[in-house]
Ligand binder design. Structure first.
Ligand code: GLV
Ligand code: MN
Ligand code: MN
Length: 436
């Protein structure tokens, strides 16, 4: 595939686009449930506010906009009858989040539209007189729930778009006991209409997403951009260990059934078993003891487990090994344990054609090189994991200094964002040269 630039845009135009992305990341960071940190979860007032901002920015570009039945904000430009190439990422965050995870990808997609749009001719379909001269329309989607912060189940927004919504999810609850169903109603969405968010394969040409790497590989290699080969498979569990809450002073060791100690051993077993396997990572991110008093032996512990791997089979074997280990630990300590799986997503492999156009976009953007641009497997989850069920998926990674993410220190440079915008725009143009 050619590495020649297809984009007619001066470097200062792209630099200005990158500055706008950085400024808007700051602006969105201020839309938070917590004054001292960034926290924006699914179906919250902050979710509604960022959707309104994104819709405004989409309309400024001449896009037709709507909020879909799952609360995803969508903008579309181009022939209304053509299938769409979807670009985007998510606007929801983890707790105490950074500014760029997901957000940068949505804003970069809007800059790609700005670079590619052209005035529509007389009588040509378009809103406010703008269109794209491509064999497909472009849709930008700001997904509403990629992280799963509020209900534990990730990818709710993109699963709705992929048509893989599961009605069992309606009964998931948040930390305050609010069900997903009730949260929909409170947000002004109708659970009965969730199916309307689903897209058909023939409506889409593919899905392309730019995202910060969320790991150190590009930073270590001194490379600004990479092609993503696949997105890790993931499973998430909520685990409960039950023992007996008794007096901290009066209960001798031979009578204690301390749930915290059993759960702590379990957390260490997660590290031991996962780290012995290539490419498997397991994280206990939430850990809560009950009744949670200084002078009471913990009678119950609830904790989360997030498990990821490059391949589904390896990931599942590790879970089976962990379950056997938990049986052993809890048996030895006279405790009981149970688990509930709240999220499961298979590994998704990026489509060969979209890998090629992303590589072509990188080649057209960066100085010539004799070797191919870097190719990385993503250990982090992305909306493409859900969208892979309905369309081809491709991803572009941006260097993430020190690999810090899901943390307020998360960063990306304006220079790399400029490279990323250009590479994504070139990739879209390259996709447009292919037959659909
Ligand atoms: C999302 O960022 C995830 O990988 O959990
Ligand atoms: Mn994230
Ligand atoms: Mn993300």
């Amino acid at each position: 595939m050619s590495s020649a630039s297809l984009l007619r845009a001066a470097p200062d135009v792209i630099a200005a686009a990158a500055r706008r992305v950085m400024a808007r990341c700051e602006e969105l960071a201020r839309v938070s449930a917590d004054a001292a940190s960034i926290e924006r979860v699914y179906l919250s007032p902050e979710h509604a506010r960022v959707n309104r901002l994104a819709a405004e920015w989409m309309r400024e570009l001449g896009m037709r906009t709507w909020q879909d039945a799952a609360g995803n904000q969508v903008g579309r430009i181009g022939d209304p009858a053509a299938p769409a190439l979807m670009l985007g990422s998510h606007l929801d965050t983890v707790l105490d989040a950074g500014r760029y995870d997901g957000i940068a990808g949505v804003l970069m997609a809007l800059e790609v539209v700005r670079l590619l749009r052209v005035p529509a001719g007389d009588g040509e379909p378009g809103v406010d007189g703008w269109t794209v001269r491509l064999p497909f329309a472009i849709e930008v989607v700001a997904f509403s729930d990629e992280e799963g912060t509020r209900f534990g189940k990730a990818l709710l927004g993109s699963s709705a778009v992929a048509g893989t919504w599961n009605d069992a999810w309606w009964d998931l609850t948040d930390a305050d006991g609010v069900s997903l169903r009730r949260a929909f109603l409170e947000f002004g969405l109708d659970p009965a209409r969730i199916g309307e968010a689903a897209r058909r394969p023939d409506e889409l040409v593919g899905y392309l997403e730019a995202h910060i790497e969320q790991g150190p590989e590009l930073d270590r290699a001194g490379e600004p951009l990479a092609v993503v080969s696949s997105i890790a498979s993931a499973r998430r569990f909520q685990l409960v260990v039950e023992g007996e809450a008794r007096h901290a002073g009066g209960t001798p060791y031979d009578m204690r059934r301390d749930a915290l100690l059993g759960a702590s051993e379990a957390a260490l077993a997660v590290e031991r078993i996962c780290s012995a396997e290539h490419h498997i990572v397991g994280t206990v991110g939430r850990f809560e003891a009950f009744p949670g008093a200084v002078n009471v032996i913990p009678g119950e512990v609830q904790f989360s487990l997030d498990l990821r791997g490059e391949f589904d089979g390896e990931r599942d074997r590790v879970w089976d090994a962990l379950a056997r280990e938990l049986d052993e630990i809890m048996g030895r300590r006279a405790l009981r344990w149970r688990s509930r799986e709240v999220h499961s997503a298979p590994a998704v492999f990026c489509a060969p054609l979209l890998r090629e156009v992303v590589a072509g976009g990188i080649r057209a953007t960066l100085p010539p090189r004799s070797d191919a641009p870097p190719v990385i497997f993503s250990r982090a989850g992305h909306d493409g994991m859900a969208l892979g069920a309905v369309t081809d998926v491709g991803m572009l990674f941006l260097r993430n200094p020190d690999g810090v993410s899901h943390h307020p220190d998360e960063s990306v440079s304006a220079g790399d964002v400029a490279h990323g915008i250009r590479a994504l725009a070139e990739a879209v143009l390259l996709r447009g040269t292919e037959r659909i």
